[in-house]
Design a protein around this ligand. Structure first.
Ligand code: AMP
Ligand code: TRP
Length: 347
């Protein structure tokens, strides 16, 4: 049997159970997602499944982070469209505006004021050593804007403005979350206990590999499976997946523990051990296993795709949900800002 620890898509979660708050304050969930336009399998298995689950366990707030997106997206129309698409995608996948608050970051501009205040407790060296900053500098060398450097401070502000305690994210966000906690501690040290230290909450698949089978699934790499896209595209993407590179001939035994396709099957059926056995004994070929995965992914996400298309046909409904979300958060955001301004000597 495959050891779960050798499975690239199901590294054990560091802390699957959400944090409790020492101060006795109610636990609150917050997460942010970039309006990248598409929702891919990595987003869903790595984070969105937990967003959906946590709406029933805690007060939950989810934010489409358009301010963050400005560090890489510079076309206003594109950003607006992607923001709407991301909202529709999240709602289609199970966020329910009656059970959580969904809003757009720039609709609550207090986030940027708090980010400025937090910058004054954040050493530049912490930001310069952040791995994602270095990656972005390599990815967009002609556009190393200041927003890329201060990105994690805005992220910390997103979380602490609602005094959130649990932050569902994929593993790629672990460094940002750690930095948020350091910034929180730096603020609390200087101005007195104000914010709880938020914990990352991971799913069973904190790192989903892309169709190349090597790198993390990511829109910027171009190795995604776009779960809400038309079935033909999903099928093409799944059929393009790299499997066990040492299995050259159909008759060669496969190594399901290193095959991304086999690993992904565990999220789409109870028979994944049988599927893995078929590969190991060469009873089945990689093409069969991919076809089956494509069918299952398409079937699994078909109802969500239907809801997605329905929502996209009614943009006013989406806008209404997002506006209501931002309005609902106003008192909480303003109360935190009043407290912070008073502590920092701004009132
Ligand atoms: P992003 O699209 O980068 O804003 O990511 C949205 C959420 O999905 C974040 O919590 C990420 O950590 C998570 N995520 C993105 N890509 C992956 C992946 N390949 N595997 C697991 N989680 C992911
Ligand atoms: N940086 C996160 C990402 O790229 C998005 C994000 C912004 C976020 N603010 C956040 C995630 C607050 C969790 C909490 O995926």
């Amino acid at each position: 049997m495959t050891s779960p620890t050798s499975n690239p898509t199901s590294e054990p979660a560091a802390n699957a159970s959400p944090a409790t708050v020492a101060s006795g304050a109610p636990a609150r969930t917050f997460s942010g997602i970039q309006p990248s336009g598409i929702v891919h399998l990595g987003n869903d298995l790595g984070a969105i499944r937990n967003y959906v689950r946590l709406q029933d366990e805690y007060e939950a707030i989810y934010c489409i982070v358009d301010y963050h997106a400005l560090t890489s997206t510079h076309d206003g129309d594109v950003l607006r469209t992607r923001t709407r698409e991301m909202a529709a995608g999240l709602l289609a996948l199970g966020l329910d505006p009656d059970r959580c608050t969904l809003f757009v970051q720039s609709h609550r501009p207090e986030h940027t004021e708090l980010a400025w205040l937090l910058m004054t407790v954040t050493p530049v060296s912490w930001l310069e050593r952040t791995p994602t900053y270095k990656e972005k500098v390599a990815q967009q060398p002609d556009d190393v804007n200041h927003g890329l450097l201060t990105y994690p401070v805005l992220q910390a502000a997103d979380i602490v403005i609602y005094k959130a305690t649990n932050v569902p994210v994929g593993k790629d966000q672990a460094a940002h979350l750690e930095l948020s906690r350091e910034i929180t501690r730096a603020f609390n040290r200087r101005y007195g206990d104000t914010f709880p230290e938020a914990q990352a909450v991971f799913t069973e698949a904190p790192v989903v590999l892309g169709t190349d089978g090597v790198r993390k699934m990511s829109k910027s790499v171009g190795n995604t499976i776009d779960i809400l896209a038309e079935p033909d595209l999903i099928r093409r993407q799944v059929m393009s997946m790299v499997t066990d590179t040492l299995r050259i001939r159909r008759t060669d035994p496969g190594r399901p523990e290193v095959c991304n396709v086999c690993q992904l099957h565990r999220f789409f059926g109870d028979d994944y051990l049988e599927i893995q056995d078929g590969e190991r004994t060469a009873r089945t070929g990689c093409v069969d296993t991919k076809k089956l995965l494509a069918d299952r992914i398409i079937r699994h996400y078909a109802p969500a795709r239907e809801r997605y298309l329905e929502l996209m046909a009614h943009p006013a409904e989406i806008e209404g949900i997002l506006e209501t979300g931002a309005d609902r958060l106003r008192p909480m955001a303003q109360a935190t800002m009043d407290e912070v301004r008073a502590k920092m000597g701004l009132r």
